[in-house]
Design a protein around this ligand. Structure first.
Ligand SMILES: [Zn+2]
Length: 405
């Protein structure tokens, strides 16, 4: 059986197309704003929200003079409804949220697969509707590449096409049923349990980077609050702040890549078939502290890690299953009673089971995935730590860049 992996591929847009790109991204924002104001107005005047279908009918009629592919218009309308959906999901836990209200000046223009054609010589043809010349961009893609979507994205002064590509998987290995349970965290980015031993990755360098970033950010905020908005110094500071944020974001991403690559290499060596991942969609409770910027960053880290583990595992022919992780760090894997632990050591008040707290989370995810209750684990070896060695790191992982500590 062959499976597909969806991946994003970035193509630089040639400079001479930049004015057109700006126009397209403006058009996208126009359609988005109109969609938003229509839905809002009807909600305000009539008291109900227009359905996506009806909105689409109306907006497409309104936009009939805008000369782009109809499916592009539809995709942009759908963007608004996606934002609305995620608002409805989020508002369940955060009741003071607002529905999407910000008018946009620019937003990524989208082509759906029906408007994209890849010619045999690698030229990409993006349809612009019936009475306009299509955009043609040279790429290095192979002729049989299947492109699902193209997005015109503006990044740091340049335009890129983000192509969503269906990539064929490497041949799937036979499932041998071995399972690796993973508990994600910030202090310890990955703690995993394969039924016999617990391995925990140190997050020291990741945390020091996050701390550094927050300290710098606070410094910038303080300096910004002291100078006049819009002044030359203000603008300079904003630019410097953005640069710092960008740099640290890239560094964090790099570390996450190295951690996940190393972890998956280990899974491959152990012959793992399925990775059971603690579901971190409602991660808010796990993030310590009230600083919202910090929370956002942590949430970003978690999501990034889940994405990376998922796509890397799929490329190696492993399955990834999400497991609800409520109370996994509190429940005792021996007797199932719940205990709070206030330091890094877990101790069960009921049966006296003692273990490292992060390990408990991974063991519980393992147990929960198998659907058996407390069948584990007498005489468990202590947690094996894996420490980060930046100067030895590399994605190819010839020699293990992480060292057992
Ligand atoms: Zn117990």
């Amino acid at each position: 059986m062959s499976r597909y992996v969806v991946r994003t591929y970035k193509v630089a847009v040639p400079k001479e197309l930049y004015p057109l790109c700006a126009e397209l991204n403006k058009t996208a924002a126009r359609i988005y704003n109109k969609t938003m104001s229509l839905v809002k107005k009807i909600k305000y005047k009539k008291g109900f929200r227009l359905s996506p279908n009806n909105t689409q009918k109306y907006i497409l009629r309104w936009a009939c003079s805008i000369n782009v592919h109809t499916h592009s218009k539809q995709a942009i309308i759908q963007q608004y409804f996606q934002a609305l959906d995620s608002y409805f999901n989020a508002v369940k836990t955060k009741p003071d949220l607002n529905p999407p209200y910000k008018r946009k000046r620019f937003m990524p223009f989208i082509w759906k697969d029906t408007a994209i054609k890849l010619l045999p010589d690698g030229k990409l043809k993006l349809s612009m509707g019936s009475n306009r010349e299509p955009i043609v961009i040279q790429t290095t893609l192979l002729a049989d590449t299947k492109i699902r979507q193209a997005k015109l994205v503006y990044e740091e002064g340049k335009y890129y096409l983000h192509l969503v590509i269906e990539g064929k998987n490497v041949a799937r290995k036979p499932q041998n049923g071995k399972i690796m349970a993973v508990d994600l965290g910030i202090l310890r980015p990955i703690t995993c349990f394969d039924g016999t031993e617990v391995i925990s990755y140190h997050g020291g360098i990741l945390n020091s980077l996050i701390r550094y970033r927050n300290k710098e950010l606070a410094k910038f905020q303080q300096m910004l609050s002291r100078c006049k908005k819009g002044s030359k110094r203000y603008r300079k500071l904003v630019k410097a702040k953005k640069k710092m944020l960008r740099r640290t974001r890239h560094q964090i991403k790099d570390i996450l890549h190295k951690i996940t690559s190393n972890f998956l290499k280990m899974c491959l060596q152990k012959g793992i078939g399925t990775i059971a991942l603690g579901d971190v969609t409602n991660i808010r409770e796990r993030v310590e502290g009230n600083d919202s910027a910090n929370q956002k960053l942590h949430q970003w880290c978690f999501r990034k890690m889940v994405d990376m583990i998922t796509y890397k595992a799929e490329l190696l022919g492993m399955d990834v299953k999400l497991v609800p992780e409520e109370y996994t760090s509190q429940t005792c894997p021996m007797c199932g009673s719940r205990n709070h632990s206030n330091n890094r050591n877990y101790k069960c008040q009921n049966c006296g089971f003692k273990y490292h707290r992060d390990g408990v989370g991974a063991i519980n995810i393992y147990v929960r995935y198998l659907g058996k209750k407390s069948q584990v684990v007498a005489g468990l070896a202590p947690v094996r730590g894996v420490r980060y060695k930046p100067h030895l790191c590399g994605h190819g992982v010839r020699n293990a860049p992480w060292k057992a500590a």
